[in-house]
Design a protein around this ligand. Structure first.
Ligand code: TSJ
Length: 644
């Protein structure tokens, strides 16, 4: 071999290693964080590459498998990652994909590539952050293989076999590096929700997953495949709600090089559930594509309402909010060089996307409304009702605002506030009922724990219009106690407590009240949940006493465990707590409120699967019983245990 060549190759190699070393040194720069969230991004990154192959038209099915030890395998039936020598890099294209930063998809043609956000950083980043990674490619009758450790090449690209069934595909297996990640346990539900979303966004694509980590208990599986794409997504999101017209309205087209797809349907509720995506990546902060969509809707329905005389000449225009009341929609665009802006890089900055979405939606909606006048009328009538309610709500809100200005923002009378002035040290317990509230007031640490008793059932904000919500006493006291304001005035820096702790009875009613409170927080102050300020207290179900010893059990399993130790025959010393009210203040402190001993559950919010969370609340709090039962059986997954 020409020694110069060898040198050159060696030089390249060093540079490449430095590239991936940088990823290991500052993983957060590439995958956002090294928490559970970053961990899951590894899987999305690999799956995204296979989805690109599907978008290019060459792949129908993606399989994901989790094995014991959190080893993940992603395989597809695409063309197979090219293995021939990439002349610029002087090595196999396959090796380039896994060892050169940002090299993913730079060769070959077709498809849309993502260059920003948290995804699209390339398979090499996953490789760098994996203890080991193996890739297998089936192409032209040959099977190729390569293995890496912490980003470094361990074996050459080798031909390890042949086959003659004409199939092709790529398969990547990796083990996330526990030197990098705080946590290496994959959450089946989180992955499942994201894969469902990905399948909706790429019509026709099948994504399957199997979880083999705990085979004794069974193999968990899911299988998503939607020929209807985002139309089916909207139908799915409106499950448990009552649509006000039958069809999902669908708009599609390409303009300025931007491919635009929109699906929408109104329900008889009051919330706006519009999710936007760029190259299949969620954009929780919206951006130009969402602006284009909103602009088109507002313009079209105002024009339509005037033309049909549903809105009189002397009446005010409908606002965008009026038209979006009860709207469920997906705005999905594909664009070649997306620019992501904002603090979390989740907002689309490309201005050409605004015009593209606006004109595609305008054109499609015009045609749709001509052919479906009754749907047009239903939307306008609902928007006009929303307009009237908005006026009433503004009056109610102004009234609360003026009132609080007069009282100098006085705190609610029922609040037993804490004395420490530093919000960092403070927590507020939202307690169901006056009697439990009384116990909690006696039990608490007065310096740092505030108590706000709430009476009976909390207003279901999922079923009420704004005017009623702002007039509700319990809701008003929460808003003033938190100090953050609400709606356009919301300011998290004014939050008066670091922890908002929901404390309800450990029974069905208590769970219902918790969910009502969470629904309020989720709809009206989502930042509190997103930034991890919201917790559920965890009161015990049983108390056991024997020879002056006391045990508390927080679950039936725990009770059984204690009974095994203490002896089953002593069952009559057991006390089943029917509610917080049955505990005296000392017991309440010991079991549920003492920061040294208590267990709190933190409520988590995963942006990646926001649409699923939204539906969760709809299903739990909406009218329809059947989806709720099914959901509760599957178990609420938005709560994560946390010892504090
Ligand atoms: F990113 C990755 F390497 F991790 C990965 C890539 C993981 C998985 C599961 C699949 C893939 C992948 C890549 N599937 N299919 C492809 N396709 C290509 O890389 C490819 C194939 C052929 C051509 C061509 O022009 O002939 C071009 C490309 C980009």
């Amino acid at each position: 071999m020409n020694p110069n060549m060898e040198n050159e190759y060696g030089g390249d190699q060093i540079q490449i290693l430095e590239g991936l070393e940088a990823v290991r040194k500052r993983p957060g720069m590439y995958i956002g964080s090294t928490s559970s969230r970053g961990l899951h991004h590894l899987v999305y990154e690999i799956v995204d590459n296979a989805v690109d192959e599907a978008l290019a038209g060459y792949c129908d099915t993606i399989d994901v498998r989790i094995d014991p030890g959190n080893v993940v395998t992603v395989s597809d039936d695409g063309r197979g990652i090219p293995v021939d020598i990439n002349h610029k890099a002087g090595k196999s294209a396959l090796e380039v994909v896994f060892t050169v930063l940002h090299a993913g998809g730079k060769f070959g043609g077709g498809g849309y590539k993502v260059s920003g956000g948290l995804h699209g950083v390339g398979a090499s980043v996953v490789n760098a952050l994996s203890e080991w990674l193996e890739v297998e490619v089936k192409r032209e009758g040959k099977v190729y293989h390569q293995k890496y450790e912490r980003g470094k090449t361990i074996t050459k690209v080798e031909e390890i076999g042949t086959y003659d069934d004409n199939t092709t595909g790529s398969k990547v297996t990796f083990l996330p590096d526990d030197q990098i990640f705080e946590e290496v346990e994959f959450d089946f539900e989180i992955l499942k929700n994201r894969f469902r979303e990905m399948a909706f966004l790429t019509k026709g694509l099948r994504i399957r997953m199997e979880d083999h980590r705990n085979e004794e208990e069974g193999i968990k599986k899911c299988d998503f495949h939607y020929e209807g794409g985002i139309n089916e997504f909207v139908t799915y999101l409106n499950k448990g709600k009552t649509p006000i017209y039958d069809d999902v309205i669908y708009c599609e087209g390409t303009k300025n090089g931007v491919y635009v797809e929109v699906a929408m349907q109104h329900n008889d509720g009051f919330n706006e559930s519009v999710y936007s995506f760029v190259n299949n990546i969620t954009t929780p902060e919206g951006g130009m594509h969402l602006e284009g969509f909103r602009r088109a809707l507002t313009k079209i329905f105002n024009e339509y309402a005037r033309e049909k005389k549903l809105l009189k000449d002397n009446e005010e225009n409908l606002t965008g909010e009026d038209i979006r009341e009860g709207l469920t929609a997906i705005v999905s665009i594909k664009i070649e060089n997306p620019q992501f802006e904002g603090q979390t890089k989740q907002k689309l900055g490309n201005s050409e996307a605004r015009g593209a979405v606006d004109s595609i939606v305008t054109e499609n909606l015009k045609v749709f409304l001509e052919q479906n006048p009754s749907t047009g009328k239903a939307i306008c009538e609902k928007s006009i009702l929303a307009q009237r309610a908005r006026d009433a709500a503004r009056k109610a809100r102004d009234l609360t605002r003026r009132k609080s200005a007069l009282d100098g923002l006085s705190l609610p009378g029922k609040l037993a506030d804490c004395s420490d002035n530093d919000p960092k040290n403070c927590e507020i317990y939202l307690v169901e009922g006056d009697s439990a509230g009384g116990s909690a007031k006696t039990a608490r640490d007065r310096a740092n724990q505030a108590i706000l008793p709430l009476r009976g059932k909390i207003l279901n904000v999922e079923k009420a219009r704004l005017d009623r919500i702002y007039a509700n006493e319990e809701i008003k006291s929460m808003i003033t106690a938190f100090g953050t304001g609400i709606h356009d005035d919301f300011d998290i820096t004014k939050l008066r407590y670091d922890k908002i702790i929901i404390m309800t009875d450990a029974d069905v009613d208590g769970a219902h009240i918790s969910t009502l409170l969470l629904t309020f927080l989720y709809r009206f102050m989502p930042e509190l949940i997103k930034q991890g300020h919201v917790y559920l207290a965890n009161p015990p179900l049983y108390k056991l006493e024997k020879n002056k010893n006391v045990w508390y059990a927080y679950s039936d399993e725990e009770l059984n465990k204690i009974l095994m130790e203490v002896g089953r025959d002593d069952k009559n010393k057991i006390q089943r707590y029917k509610g917080l009210g049955e505990m005296d203040p000392e017991q309440l402190w010991d079991t549920t409120m003492d920061p040294e001993k208590r267990i709190l559950k933190r409520v988590i919010y995963d942006e990646e699967t926001a649409s699923t969370i939204d539906m969760t609340f709809t299903i739990l709090m909406g009218d329809q019983v059947e989806p709720r039962r099914a959901f509760i059986e599957e178990n609420a997954k938005y709560v994560q245990n946390l010892d504090v």
